[in-house]
Design a protein around this ligand. Sequence first.
Ligand SMILES: [Zn+2]
Length: 178
Amino acid sequence: MDRDVELATLTSLLDLDEFEVMESSRDRREKVRRLTLVPKAIVGLCPHCHGVTDERHVCHDRVIADLPMGGQRVELVVRLSQFHCPACDKFFTPHFAALAEGAHATERLLERLAELASHSDVATAARFFGIPEKTAEGWYYQYLERKRKGSAPHLQPVRSLGIDELSLKKDTGNSAAC
Ligand SMILES: [Zn+2]
């Protein structure tokens, strides 16, 4: 199959609207499929001054676990980027609804993990998804806590994301990209 067609097919199968598949590899022995994703958005809305910018810098890769595909675990290597806003000279990281806050997992994986755990237990759910038990436990309790507080990303007003970005930036200093 033509490579572009294959990647477009994978993008559509993956069904994460915010991302596009750039690379795909399979480790048959480990039963893992690795997909490298880039965000589709080429412009960002500055959370500080609400201006629009297209100055995007690729920062670092983040490995994210997703739902299994075709009997294989799926690892997403997400090329995260930062935007620079020329109007107020600040950097910001765009937020993605599909990626769970504070976990190296997609939101939909955590939803299924929590659903499965509610019928049995976290250890069983972890085994099902091929995730280490301790990791799954951490994600599960964080997920429940987030739900309890009603702060799932899609329920959160955009304004508060700006505040989160600001507090994140305090740790790294505001001037340097990544
Ligand atoms: Zn700005």
